[in-house]
Design a binder for this molecule. Structure first.
Ligand code: MLC
Ligand code: AMP
Length: 469
């Protein structure tokens, strides 16, 4: 999966700390030896070098790894631990782990080196990572990603973006999702290049890194929106962005207005790519192609994309609107322990993304919506309305609740909770904190609206569209 490298080129830079490719190979190899044979491990995915070493070690050992959000709440953690049954939790030394992990044996990730005899590399179908993602209802599902999906997606985006070992990728993405971990960590390592992780996103740190040796920037639209807000009046930021080789946005739609503001101030057109936890990367605007704002580009090498209508019939006409379905080596194998959900996700071997899109005359795809109203994308995170509703219903002051997404300039969508209180209305902040504590802070409602009743149809189902109007 990674070239065996003795290179003294920096592989990972997190703040002042760096690790060369040779040192990474040595310390991940030493850790891999200790992991070999375990059925599965979890990784406490803080934005640190240790998280990268832990994931690389698991990959070298052929042990599937489950990256965990270090802000995960108690209910969500309990679900992931019960579902994935990790044999160990890998964490940076000194990192305090929540009670929900106390029963899992802990292994500290040190940067000790050693000459490691590694087990033979597992086959292409062997599970490499299990990444949890939200659906419309219920708890998040574990997406089992085989080695071939990771390798094929990384090589396909390298082809589309002209990504080489000379690139220094800059980003501030979390390391427990596809974007930050697979593209953002494993991508530079597979190319033999460098990741410069900023720890926490700020336009100031982006400007500094790109004014240094950074060549590429990855971000979610919220980050590019914050850049767009400042770039017109901050020459330092505009200059740094103009020097970059490539700016890539993904995980949600980047509004055309933000594309245009960045292009006007920097002369750079952000490249958009379209992906998903289950499919890794599907389409992208090519670095050497026509950079049309608002389009997610053309299918990546090896990936087939089609549009279908509600009856499942394929749509061929330019401009027709239908569900996007994909097929190719980039796809996941299954949802962990969920054969029902896995079967439902496919139609004749094609993965049903649930995204609604169109294809232009030149083969570029555009995403125009989503089939499920109960999926919310906020800050680039996918969030299911149902899981937040379930969490809020556990609060004694909540009688009924409905959760919706509302357009938000910064987050793309913001989470709104419509609450019928049981008696006197509680403080909104109490409900917000309740969700942050049970699930995770990014799933907390940004606004709580107390109402007397929820609009329901004859079947008793809440009519969420009526709430939004
Ligand atoms: C606020 N906070 C609380 C809280 N209120 N904590 C507990 N309880 C409460 N009530 C804390 C937060 O934890 C956070 O802490 C801080 O306050 C700010 O929170 P925020 O407002 O949510 O963060 P913000 O700065 O707005 O984050 C914006 C963002 C973030 C863009 C940086 O949304 C982000 O990193 N998004 C990336 C999502 C992503 O990677 N998606 C890819 C999925 S893969 P602190 O300590 O952090 O400041 C995928 C496939 C593909 O989609 O195609 O890529
Ligand atoms: P996740 O399940 O978190 O991996 O989120 C995947 C979803 O993010 C996709 O199904 C899309 O809805 C959305 N997405 C990813 N990239 C883009 C993009 N460039 N434009 C619009 N939506 C996107």
């Amino acid at each position: 999966m990674f070239p065996k490298s003795q290179s003294d080129r920096v592989a990972l830079r997190f703040g002042d700390r760096t690790l060369t490719h040779a040192k990474l190979a040595s310390c991940a190899g030493a850790l891999a030896q200790q992991l070999a044979g375990l059925p599965r491990v979890a990784v406490w995915a803080t934005p640190t070098i240790e998280t990268c070493v832990a994931v690389v070690a698991a990959l070298l050992a052929g042990v599937p790894a489950v990256p965990l959000n270090p802000k995960v709440g108690e209910r969500e953690l309990a679900h992931i631990v019960a579902d994935s049954a990790p044999a160990a939790i890998l964490a940076a030394p000194g990192e305090r782990l929540p009670e929900g992990l106390h029963a899992v044996p802990r292994k500290d990730v040190t940067l000790d080196t050693g000459s490691a005899e590694l087990p033979p590399e597992p086959g292409p179908e062997a599970p490499a990572l299990i990444v949890y993602t939200s659906g419309t209802t219920g708890s998040p599902k574990g997406v089992v990603l085989p080695r071939r999906a990771i390798v094929s997606t990384l090589d396909a985006v390298a082809d589309a973006w002209g990504w080489t070992g000379k690139d220094v990728l800059v980003h501030a993405l979390p390391l427990f999702h596809v974007h930050g971990l697979i593209l953002g960590v494993l991508g530079p390592l597979r190319r033999g290049g460098t990741l410069h992780h900023l720890g926490k996103f700020s336009t100031e740190l982006v400007a500094q890194a790109l004014a240094g040796d950074g060549t590429m920037l990855f971000g979610v639209p919220t980050m590019y929106h914050r850049i767009a807000e400042e770039v017109g009046s901050t020459p330092r930021l505009a200059n740094a962005l103009s020097w970059a080789r490539l700016l890539v946005s993904g995980s949600a739609a980047l509004p055309v207005r933000d594309h245009e503001r960045i292009a006007a101030a920097t002369g750079q057109r952000v490249v958009e790519r379209y992906g998903m936890t289950e499919t890794l990367m599907n389409t992208s605007v090519r670095a050497d192609g026509d950079r049309k704002p608002g389009a997610v580009g053309v299918p990546l090498a090896g990936v087939e994309v089609r549009l279908v209508d509600d009856s499942g019939a394929e749509l061929h006409e330019t401009g027709a609107v239908g569900e996007i379905q994909v097929r190719g080596p980039n796809l996941f194998t299954e949802y962990l322990n969920r054969p029902d959900a896995t079967a439902e996700a496919f139609a004749d071997g094609w993965f049903r993304t649930g995204d609604v899109g169109t294809r232009d005359g030149d083969g570029y795809y555009r995403i125009v919506g989503r089939k499920a109203t109960d999926i919310i994308k906020s800050g680039g995170y996918k969030i299911g309305a149902g899981e937040i509703e379930n969490a809020l219903l556990e609060h004694p002051a909540v009688a009924e609740v409905a959760v919706t997404g509302e357009p938000d300039d910064d987050l793309g969508e913001r989470i709104i909770a419509w609450v019928v209180p049981a008696g006197a209305a509680p403080a909104a902040s109490e409900l917000v904190d309740h969700v942050a504590r049970l699930l995770t802070p990014h799933k907390r409602p940004r606004l709580v609206r107390f109402v007397e009743s929820l609009p329901r149809n004859d079947m008793g189902k809440v009519m969420k569209r009526a709430l939004r109007e």
